[in-house]
Design a protein. Structure first.
Length: 66
């Protein structure tokens, strides 16, 4: 069970990283300076995808008794 919990926590951390990166990309997009926000959104979606893999791995992990 601790390994499954670790997978879930890794998924949560990557998910939170994705949220922070999306907020950063949104701030870049709304700033008056001519910068591109596409890179920020790309990294956010990569982090979200990695987090999703960890969450799915936790969900598909077989449950073993004590």
């Amino acid at each position: 069970m601790p390994e499954s919990t670790a997978l879930g926590h890794m998924g949560l951390m990557f998910g939170l990283l994705a949220v922070v990166l999306m907020l950063y990309a949104t701030a870049l997009a709304l700033s008056p300076a001519p910068r591109t926000a596409n890179t920020g959104f790309t990294w956010a979606f990569f982090a979200w995808g990695i987090g999703l893999v960890f969450v799915i791995a936790e969900r598909l992990r077989p449950i073993r008794g004590p």
